[in-house]
Design a protein around this ligand. Structure first.
Ligand SMILES: [Zn+2]
Length: 256
């Protein structure tokens, strides 16, 4: 029963994320609740807006015109639903519920950042602010201020310094403001050591993938490659699979 409820909850969050991913980069308010078909501007009725089911009975098309509903919509609903299913707590204790809420929030924010950054090459401020609040709540009672304050300071100042230096030398802006704010938010939760690991590893992975894309002529040298997905990739392992990350860092730094 709890599993079913958790899955349905995840699907509904996924449905909300579809609105976030579409509306935030286009500066459309989230509180304007009714959506319209982008093809013919028809108002989407409540029964055409049920997560996953509506996509199936509409056969992936608008009911009035032939506008194809992107497959991304039901897919995101399903991904968040399955994630929520996996982390369903086995009892309704307050601690378990908080962890559940925390992981669903972080996962949802990460998913939105990756999709928005890939398409629009920006990370909305509101998602960074939301993440900072969630992370702050998670550490404020368990870690001392030294941990989260230095984590956030390093997360903002270190990439900012490097970007500024890069700008002075090459006259190009390397990292966007959204990336730097995201590092700052993550620094709260990961602490000073964790955020340094994240900065170095995400730059390393980003440089390798960026160079490969240029070599394979998928992008040319001038195209800016969104950096957010690399930060999120490393942070996801750090937050959702911390034991694997610790073992991986042990291998790199040469201690068991
Ligand atoms: Zn339509």
């Amino acid at each position: 029963m709890l599993l079913l409820f958790s899955f349905l909850f995840g699907i509904c969050i996924g449905s909300f994320l579809n609105a976030v991913i579409y509306r935030l980069p286009r500066k459309i308010s989230l509180s304007k609740s009714r959506s319209h078909c982008p093809g013919c501007n028809k108002l989407i009725l409540w029964y055409e807006n049920i997560p996953i089911l509506s996509y199936l009975f509409l056969r992936g098309k608008c009911s009035k015109c032939d506008f194809k509903i992107p497959f991304q919509y039901p897919l995101i609903e399903l991904i968040v639903g399955v994630f929520a299913l996996f982390i369903t707590p086995n009892s309704l204790e307050l601690n378990n519920l908080w962890s559940y809420f925390f992981y669903v929030s972080v996962f949802s924010s990460f998913l939105s950042i990756v999709l928005i950054d890939l398409r629009h090459k920006l990370i909305p401020n509101s998602i960074n602010i939301y993440l900072s609040l969630i992370f702050f709540c998670a550490v404020v009672y368990t870690k001392g201020p030294y941990y989260w304050a230095t984590g956030a300071a390093i997360g903002v100042l270190f990439p900012l310094g490097v970007t500024y230096g890069f700008y002075l030398i090459k006259g190009q802006v390397g990292l966007g403001g959204g990336d730097i704010k995201l590092f700052g938010a993550l620094g709260l939760y990961l602490g000073p050591i964790g955020i340094i690991h994240n900065i170095f590893l995400s730059c390393f992975v980003g440089a390798i993938i960026g160079a490969s894309l240029i070599l394979l002529k998928v992008v040319d040298r001038k195209t800016p490659i969104p950096f957010g997905p690399f930060i999120i990739l490393v942070a996801s392992v750090q937050i959702f699979l911390p034991e694997y990350f610790a073992r991986f860092m042990g291998l790199i730094l040469g201690h068991p």
